[in-house]
Design a protein around this ligand. Structure first.
Ligand SMILES: NC(=O)c1ccc[n+]([C@@H]2O[C@H](COP(=O)([O-])OP(=O)(O)OC[C@H]3O[C@@H](n4cnc5c(N)ncnc54)[C@H](O)[C@@H]3O)[C@@H](O)[C@H]2O)c1
Length: 351
């Protein structure tokens, strides 16, 4: 497919909430930090339409981005506007139906928010619909396009910081409300923990086994409050994931340990420590602060996602965060729940 008018792809966004648009007006965040922000920045895209079931959201979106074609029914929007690219930034429980409808309607590229879907069956249907119709799709685990994560992955691949041994991930948040697990998919490990699970896979590859314990105060039909899991990867590395509620703060942290270094990354911090002869204990080797690997690019993570989607549309090159990657993250999370439901039994992957 070739780019249309002015070398640009026409974009429509479905679900005009926080990640689609609203967060762009947070004065503290570095920009762009939304789908609309990324599409407005990327030289090959322009936003032509938006859709939300909430009319206040469509009006605010129209004003904010100068978009006149506003809809409350996405099927009508797809039929009338025939967009090249669609962002699906609605609540996770509607991703599957909307992505399948977009793929069947002739859209060429879909940027679907994470988690890909609320269960694996829905995720498979989305991937199949995209394959059947030759549609490119990225899943919004945007930390994969974060230049610091890419620099660290490149340093690992080049053998500069040793061999991966273990990873610890924290996704700590407030207590979760009583919500149906069937409808909403999950709680903290599902909603935000999906970024951590996905980064574990980004660095370590596919998982072989998981074991987990959980805290599910409203019973098995409702979403969890906490999950603590161990993920064993095929390459021998292990991941410890601590996700969940009862904290009075939000904290996202990935701590990667190799045989001779350690990297710690939060949303704002990127630190590297390397093994050096101890300054405090004779005969010991300890970790000492060093310079974090230099990123090879200066691309914003959201814009990187859009570029990757366009490159898949134009060349067929697999994106950094594909539908398959979204599926595999959900599969690990599903396995964590399954293990916890069986009192911490070791669950083999793939499911
Ligand atoms: N990548 C990230 O870092 C990140 C951050 C926040 C949210 N998300 C994901 O993005 C999605 C949206 O989250 P949010 O925080 O922006 O939620 P939100 O509630 O702010 O926005 C979602 C919007 O979708 C609309 N909507 C729901 N169903 C619709 C439908 N069928 N047709 C049209 N509009 C519909 C709602 O009215 C709402 O305005 C979720 O899947 C969430 O997990 C990702």
């Amino acid at each position: 497919m070739t780019a249309k008018k002015k070398g640009r792809y026409n974009v429509a966004i479905i679900g005009l909430g926080r990640i689609a648009s609203i967060l762009e007006d947070d004065p503290l965040r570095s920009k762009p930090c939304t789908h609309a922000g990324a599409f407005a920045t990327h030289p090959k895209t322009r936003i032509i339409a938006g859709c939300d079931v909430n009319p206040e959201r469509t009006t605010a979106f129209g004003k904010r981005w100068g978009v006149k074609k506003l809809y409350s029914d996405y099927r009508q929007m797809l039929a009338r506007e025939k967009p090249d690219i669609v962002s699906v930034a609605t609540w996770t429980e509607s991703h599957s139906k909307i992505v399948v409808d977009c793929a069947e309607a002739g859209v060429k590229g879909i940027y679907c928010e994470k988690p890909i879907a609320v269960n694996l069956k829905q995720a498979r249907e989305m991937i199949k619909a995209c394959e059947r119709n030759g549609v490119a799709m990225v899943v919004g685990h945007e930390r994969r396009w974060d230049r610091r994560h890419q620099a660290l992955k490149a340093a690992l691949a080049a053998g500069e910081i040793g061999e991966l041994r273990s990873m610890t991930g924290y996704m700590l948040t407030g207590t979760w409300p009583k919500l149906s697990r069937r409808i909403y998919g999950g709680g903290p490990v599902f909603h935000d923990g999906t970024h951590l699970v996905d980064l574990f896979r980004f660095f370590a590859g596919d998982a072989a086994f998981v074991t987990a314990v959980e805290d599910r105060p409203h019973g098995s039909a409702c979403v969890e409050n906490t999950v603590t899991g161990i993920i064993e990867f095929k390459n021998g590395a292990r991941g410890l994931l601590i996700a969940g509620g009862e904290r009075r703060y939000f904290h996202f942290e990935l701590d990667i340990q190799t045989d001779k270094a350690r990297a710690v990354m939060t949303n704002h911090i990127a630190e590297l420590y390397v093994a050096k002869t101890s300054k405090f204990y004779t005969g010991f080797t300890e970790l000492e602060r060093a310079e974090f690997p230099t990123p090879g690019n200066d691309v914003n993570a959201f814009v990187g996602g859009v570029s990757d989607l366009i490159s898949q549309m134009e060349t067929g090159a697999p994106p950094l965060s594909s539908g398959h990657d979204g599926y595999k993250a959900l599969e690990i999370i599903t396995a964590l729940y399954r293990s916890a439901g069986k009192g911490g039994a070791r669950v083999k992957l793939p499911l």
